[in-house]
Design a protein. Structure first.
Length: 254
């Protein structure tokens, strides 16, 4: 079978986006990772939130080999993926006013904690209100979003009553570099653009941020609370010790 030109084009595009992130987001990634490390040192807790497919990158760093044990998923029922039926309900929930406040009020998040909010467009009520309410509670907020949705020539209007976007309510913003529409390829005979790359770039930003956090902790003489794979010898024993040491800051064990 001959090589697919579109497959190669997609991979080249993804590599190009990752290079842009490496070159253009280095300072923001460093600041975000340092913020997480500062939070760990100060006894704070770490949370990640994303709605719909943006939740994939959040879930990818929670209870994950090679990730920080302290990263907890801040879940909104019905909005963390496509498991809700019908799947379109998840998109509708992103536009519901007041849902973010209810979730935060019933969560263990408190002043001094850090919350990473992932939203590709950053225009829906849920991520905007999540950031606004988190900061009002005294949390530090890191936003992972595409600035093209808020500032580019094709930028759609915010769906929040304030007219603001996620990026307007964050202490640090990481730009995923994704164009409006999240589809990188076109082809003759195909009516719609296709091949999204937001999960690739967003996950890369998350992993880069956590790598920086681990480096920052190590530079301070602190062993980063990382998890090992359960599929390597000794992995479960290692993780059990980490869970015990940080049990008051790990909520997926409760």
């Amino acid at each position: 079978m001959s090589e697919s030109k579109l497959a190669a084009q997609y991979l080249d595009t993804a590599i190009g986006l990752l290079r842009r992130i490496r070159d253009e987001e280095a300072d923001s990634v460093a600041a975000a990772g340092t913020l997480l490390a500062d939070t760990v040192v100060a006894g704070g807790r770490l949370f990640a939130f994303g709605a719909g497919h943006s939740s994939l990158a959040a879930q990818d760093v929670v209870y994950r080999a090679g990730s920080l044990a302290l990263m907890n998923l801040l879940a909104v029922p019905g909005a963390v993926g496509v498991d809700v039926m019908p799947a379109t309900l998840g998109s509708a929930l992103e536009r519901v006013d007041g849902l973010a406040a209810a979730v935060l009020d019933s969560s263990p998040a408190r002043a001094g904690d850090a919350l990473v909010i992932i939203s590709l467009s950053g225009r829906n009520a849920l991520p905007v209100e999540m950031a606004m309410n988190a900061r009002a509670l005294g949390l530090k907020v890191i936003g992972v979003t595409s600035l093209a949705y808020a500032t580019g020539p094709d930028a759609p209007r915010s769906r929040h009553a304030s007219g603001t976007y996620l990026r307007d309510h964050c202490d640090i913003v990481l730009d995923s570099k994704i164009a409006v529409g999240d589809a990188e390829l076109t082809h003759d005979g195909v009516d719609a653009p296709f091949a999204s790359a937001s999960t690739v770039t967003t996950s890369a930003l998350m992993q880069s941020m956590l790598a920086t956090c681990a480096e920052s902790l190590a530079d301070r003489g602190i062993q980063p609370p990382l998890l090992r794979s359960g599929n390597v010898d000794g992995g479960h024993d290692w993780n059990a010790k980490v869970f015990e040491q940080y049990r008051d800051r790990i909520f997926y064990q409760h």
